[in-house]
Design a protein around this ligand. Sequence first.
Ligand SMILES: Nc1ncnc2c1ncn2[C@@H]1O[C@H](COP(=O)(O)OP(=O)(O)OP(=O)(O)O)[C@@H](O)[C@H]1O
Length: 221
Amino acid sequence: MSGLDATGLSVSWRGTIAVRLLDLTVPAGSVVAVTGPSGAGKSSLLWALARALRPAVATVTGTVRVGGAAVADRDEAARCGMVLVPQRNGLTASLTAHESVLVSLLAIGVTAPEAARRVEEALGRVGLTGSEHHLVDQLSGGQQQRVAMARALALRPEVLLADESTSELDAGNRGMVLAALHEEAARGAAVVLATHDPEAAADTAAVLALDAGTATWERTA
Ligand SMILES: Nc1ncnc2c1ncn2[C@@H]1O[C@H](COP(=O)(O)OP(=O)(O)OP(=O)(O)O)[C@@H](O)[C@H]1O
């Protein structure tokens, strides 16, 4: 599997600097937490790492590498197995939980039987067995958050970028999602978790604290 490296990464939204000259290394097989108050730049950082910010809305400078290979744009990020779980989940209201996970697998060429197997497994890992055929619109905020996580897990990412993926969960479901993130790292993925939650950050290999876009390592591996 491949680790993630970013060097000199900066993000500015039409003149507002959100991330300043940040260096970040996440070895394969580890979970790194990114913490900081609201507006500190956590989402901007994750979107920039995923190369998901369009130049029309944000200016991103610096390099991102996966397994040592430079990642220039969103297509390259997808090809090298980067998966972003956005803060607002990015789900389609009119799809079921099952379909939400399935379409992303079919889109990358996973065969239908294998995709069906992975959907069932991923929804089970986040405690959604039995809710597969509910529309996203009929699910609670926390259930939607877990569907978004299941979709990422099913893709078996090399790099998993999770943005506040436990913010709407009760203690039991939060523990299940955090366990799944650590299992992904044990499989060999590089995992980045942006979080306000000190307990979620507690078990990670390292903690990068952001404050008004400036990063300091609160704890290193
Ligand atoms: N789409 C956008 N357009 C303009 N400015 C933005 C946009 N998204 C974020 N920003 C700005 O970038 C800065 C960092 O915001 P960001 O959302 O990255 O912080 P955050 O740490 O993820 O906050 P939160 O914990 O509230 O999600 C803020 O000043 C914010 O106003």
